[in-house]
Write a protein that binds this ligand. Structure first.
Ligand code: 13P
Length: 247
């Protein structure tokens, strides 16, 4: 399993977008491009497209991620997908605790922590998403919540295990809205995440929320921002490559 020593990392979260044909088309466009050697790139298609994506990415240096995962290896969990099923498709990363899943699918700090441990046990790199709502932001709770959610996701992990994880700071009010905070403000929150647990000093910590080519340079210039978790701008080759090239 890769330990990220703060390597620049760009992750595309496709959310509920892309049919099989669209998946193949986008990945064919991405894999034929020369990507900067210093940047790690991961794409996270929906479950239905993972097998096709795995095939398209064979031999390419773009890695494959899933958008969530169940913590059990198998069982009576209708609709869920297990770490073993993901590994079979060469999935190396999984987004856990995305705010959309916390909000719409009942994910909690406790369930996310179980999934993080399961991912690590199966050599899948967890990308743990944390972030505050607009209201929490206005009440000045961004740092406190980012820190408490990060610590909660990583309970019971050793320092070495924490160092194998990725954290994505995604303020909920910035997701899909075109709004971004001052990069220096974002950097303060991300610095607090980095120093809240031993092991995170050398981990890759990503920013997510309306990140695109226009604002990526100012963000990744910050001392605590190692890359991005990209939604909308990961859905076309042109927009995604434009962000990758900035890193
Ligand atoms: P947008 O880039 O579309 O704001 O989405 C961010 C996100 O939620 C990535 O996980």
């Amino acid at each position: 399993l890769t330990t990220y020593t703060r390597r620049p990392l760009i992750v595309g979260n496709w959310k509920m977008h892309k049919t099989l044909a669209q998946t193949r088309e986008l990945l064919q466009a991405l894999r034929t491009q020369a990507l900067p050697a210093a940047v790690d790139v991961v794409v996270c298609p929906p479950f239905t497209a993972l097998a096709a994506a795995s095939e398209e990415l064979r031999g390419s240096r773009i890695a494959l991620g899933a958008q969530t995962m169940h913590e059990e290896e198998q069982g009576a969990f209708t609709g869920e997908v297990s770490p073993i099923m993901l590994r079979e498709l060469s999935v190396s990363h999984v987004i856990l605790g995305h705010s959309e899943r916390r909000r719409f699918c009942g994910e909690t700090d406790e369930s996310i922590a179980r999934k993080v441990r399961a991912a690590l046990a199966h050599d899948i790199t967890p990308i743990v998403a944390v972030g505050e709502t607009a209201e929490e932001h206005e009440r000045g709770l961004a740092i406190e919540l980012a820190v408490s959610r990060t610590r909660a996701a990583f309970t019971e992990l050793t320092q070495k295990e924490v160092a194998r994880c990725v954290v994505a700071y995604e303020p909920i009010w910035a997701i899909g809205t075109g709004l971004v905070d001052e990069p220096t403000e974002t950097n303060v929150v991300m610095g607090a995440i980095r120093s809240c647990l031993p092991g995170l000093q050398n981990a890759s910590i990503l920013y997510g929320g309306s990140m695109k080519a226009d604002n990526a340079a100012a963000l990744v210039k910050q001392s605590n921002i190692d890359g991005g978790l990209i939604g909308g701008a990961s859905l076309t080759a042109q927009a995604f490559l434009a962000v990758i090239e900035i890193l």
